[in-house]
Design a protein around this ligand. Sequence first.
Ligand code: GDP
Ligand code: K
Ligand code: MG
Length: 299
Amino acid sequence: MDNKTFKSGFVAIIGRPNVGKSTFMNRIIQEQIAITSPKPQTTRNKIQGIFTDDDRQIIFLDTPGIHKPHNDLDQYMDKAAISALKEVDAVLFMTEAGEKSGPGDKFIIEELKKVKAPVFLILNKIDLISPDDIAPQIDEYKDLMDFAEVIPISASLGINVDDLMNTLTKDLPEGPKYYDDDQITDHPEYFIVGELIRERILEDTRDEIPHSIAVVVESMNQRSEAGKLQVEANIYVERDSQKPIVIGRGGSMLKNIGIGSRIKIEHLLGEKINLKLWVRVKKNWRDDPAFLASAGYSA
Ligand code: GDP
Ligand code: K
Ligand code: MG
């Protein structure tokens, strides 16, 4: 600290679904602000995580994956990811160690070539492969694009994550502390709380349900009689037939969703809550721009 200059900047994390972007950010921020799950397309919005220590502040944008759009939601997700790249001081392009670059990566790399900021190639999940397999993969990616650095890590085990942070810091400009030390995100709490509920639903359901779910937190401010924060949210499904699945026999599924997400929300907010959930049918919500906006899925 002493006479060292303070550095700060904005860093986008980009990569195909499931490479570990949210896991990485959660490790850095040490709080669950971006939801993670083994299912693709878990992240539907830019979520900022803010890392602050004595000599730097790094603001991360956890971008949704870029992929060929099939509907309005996809298109929104692509736009959010690509626009994030234009405003940042560095980009972390994350891929999975041991995996060949697919058409999805090549699509992203074409976008990254237009970016002025330094682009770091991050090979995540090195805990899953043998070190011998990393070198050929690095060569393959280096043929596709000129990266500022190539850094293998394991986000879930924390391997090389400090090195990555230090390398990244070298490329950041001198700058102010944009946010207070204890602020970990500037995202509206409503949205994050909705994401935590949605994460729990993804864990508990399968088949077509995960992609058909949207969660909208309606209110979080009235106090209940017990003095707890009252959180009310609607869970939207696309078809009538999906409603009983999410509610479960005798309400058992909904009850589990409520219990599981309540614990995470209480941890995030640091206080006890009363959680009320309703399941509603909203046909074709993914192609309804007004609904997407109300659900927080628009810029
Ligand atoms: P995202 O879609 O890129 O945000 O990926 P997530 O962070 O949601 O991670 C997708 C899956 O990969 C989850 O099941 C994670 O637990 C897992 N994962 C993430 N990082 C690692 C890692 O370093 N090693 C291993 N073995 N698994 C990881
Ligand atoms: K995911
Ligand atoms: Mg994610």
